[in-house]
Design a protein around this ligand. Structure first.
Ligand code: HEC
Ligand code: HEC
Length: 233
């Protein structure tokens, strides 16, 4: 490389990175009010955030993944356990978690602080967080579903395959229907990603497809079954 070429790579690289950085910074500031839903930041929400700090809830808990990793993330706690569920857990942790090895201290939180905390959690729970942190994402299998698949000695994807109607038309290891092809080695011809497209909308990949779109699969079931089939080689 000549000195001159090096100079131009440096200059254009720096300028384009700077332009991108400034553009994205401007774009983020433009959206702060929308993203933080500033219009819904009521006094009780703010008071709840202050109570959250005053009682050191984040020593043990995370919100949007920030905080202590001892106790569950609280981003979507209202959706998870309901408003009364949250009240009960804050007011009576010694009863709510009596059977658990992990303990939450009884801090005698006042009724007012409890209600403020609740509005804070409600506000946080409605942030469009792009499914982060992921434990409450609809795209993931629940712990129960994972446990069920593990007990049966099969992967979650295999469980979807066996319970969601695929076997009325497809066979695996000789068992199942014959309207569609046996899928024993389907991972050799299609990747998991292609499989996802095929299962959701067969005609998008094969205009003559006779397989009906499998629309009653959730996103995560689709992912799991595609992963499972992608590994069949
Ligand atoms: C010393 C650690 C600790 C502190 C401080 C703490 N918690 Fe907890 N909290 C826990 C633990 C541990 C659990 C989960 C118990 C279990 O289910 O095993 C929990 C559970 C919860 C739950 C239920 C979560 C769920 O998914 O079921 C809520 C709501 C909650 N805490 C709110 C609070 C609030 C509000 C504060 C502050 C006022 C707070 N916690 C302070 C340890 C703590
Ligand atoms: C009503 C019958 C039917 C059902 C139910 C069905 N399929 Fe199919 N499937 C077919 C047929 C027929 C084909 C062959 C290509 C075509 O006509 O679409 C096929 C093709 C496929 C292919 C591509 C095979 C290849 O060789 O390219 C995949 C992958 C697949 N199905 C997966 C699934 C999964 C996963 C399910 C369950 C969620 C499912 N199918 C449910 C009928 C069905």
């Amino acid at each position: 490389m000549t000195k001159k070429a090096g100079f131009w790579i440096f200059l254009l690289g720096t300028l384009s990175s700077a332009a991108l950085f400034l553009g994205l910074t401007w774009d983020m500031h433009r959206q702060v009010d929308i993203l933080s839903r500033a219009d819904k930041l009521s006094d009780t929400v703010v008071a709840g955030k202050k109570a959250f700090e005053k009682h050191n809830c984040n020593d043990c808990h995370t919100i949007l993944g920030f905080g202590g990793y001892y106790a569950p993330d609280l981003t979507r706690v209202v959706q998870r356990v309901g408003e009364d569920g949250v009240r009960y857990r804050i007011k009576h942790p010694e009863l709510a978690f009596a059977a658990s090895k992990r303990k939450m201290p009884q801090q005698n939180i006042s009724d007012a602080d409890t209600e403020n905390l609740l509005s804070f959690f409600k506000w946080v729970g409605e942030i469009d967080n792009g499914d982060w942190p992921p434990q409450d994402s609809k795209k993931r299998l629940t712990r129960g579903e994972k446990r069920m698949a593990a007990t049966a000695g099969i992967s979650p994807g295999a469980a979807v395959f066996q319970t969601k109607g695929c076997m009325t038309c497809h066979a695996l290891r000789g068992a199942g229907g014959s309207f569609g092809p046996a899928l024993d080695t389907i991972g050799r011809t299609l990747t998991a990603k292609q499989m996802e497209h095929y299962i959701k909308d067969p005609k998008s990949m094969n205009p003559k497809a006779m397989m009906p779109p499998q629309t009653d699969l959730t996103d995560r079931e689709l992912k799991e079954v595609a992963k499972f089939l992608g590994n069949l080689k």
